[in-house]
Design a binder for this molecule. Structure first.
Ligand SMILES: [Zn+2]
Length: 228
């Protein structure tokens, strides 16, 4: 069983953490979290939990976020972010995925897979897998990674990341990487089984058949006439 926690960085109300035109980092990353969780529902043996405030109204302090993840006993934690450079629009751009400075083996493998998939899916510059002494990576006890999907101060990337299309691409990149790293299997789709048809009557006179079909249609049944 794989226990995964997800957190969109910050919150909708966090000061700063927004594009030069006021669109928040959380607005984008929250959607990606939702899409990743929805897609992961299709896999067996996954239990997952979102640990940021899904209304975006409370920026849960990092210390509490780490406690939530540790106390729940997650095997994997993923933190979702958008990068920023300066305060106005500029050309700094690209994708980065972070592990803690000690480069834990499993986290490094997962980060490489996510980074590779994101570069293919989103088409932004590959800034590579990096390490950082981030609290969410340092004080969590499991495989933890932090993703910077794009720069919200890069107008081209920011606008793309606001679209459902790019949010879906980003989510696909993360889910495919998790599925590959942990060899997740998709749930079997249950087939519809045998279908039974109901026959109302058989008539040699087409007019009688038409009359009955009309009567059934009037009552809301999708009647059809078939020649036997
Ligand atoms: Zn962030």
């Amino acid at each position: 069983m794989l226990k995964i926690t997800h957190a969109a960085g910050h919150a909708g109300v966090t000061p700063g953490k927004r594009s030069p035109d006021g669109y928040t980092e959380w607005q984008v990353t929250s959607e990606i979290v939702k899409l990743v969780m929805l897609e992961l529902e299709n896999y067996e043996q996954v239990i997952q939990k979102r640990i940021d405030d899904s209304t975006g109204k409370i920026d849960i302090p990092l210390k509490n976020r780490c406690e939530l993840v540790n106390d729940w006993g997650a095997n994997v934690h993923i933190d979702y972010h958008l990068n920023a450079y300066g305060s106005g629009w500029n050309n700094a751009g690209g994708i980065e995925t972070y592990t803690y400075t000690t480069k834990p083996k499993e986290a490094a493998q997962l980060a490489e897979k996510i980074q590779k998939n994101l570069v293919v899916e989103l088409g932004f510059r590959n800034r590579g897998v990096k390490t950082a002494d981030f609290q969410i990576l340092r004080e969590t006890k499991m495989t933890a990674i932090l993703i910077e999907f794009a720069f919200m101060t890069n107008q081209h990337e920011a606008m793309k990341m606001r679209t459902a299309q790019y949010q879906k691409k980003a989510a696909k990149a993360v889910v495919d990487a998790l599925a590959a790293q942990y060899r997740l299997k998709k749930k079997q789709v249950v087939s519809a089984g045998t279908l039974y048809r109901v026959q109302v009557g058989a008539f040699s006179d087409i007019n009688t058949a038409n009359d009955l079909a009309e009567e059934l249609k009037a009552k809301g049944y999708p009647a059809i006439i078939a020649a036997l």
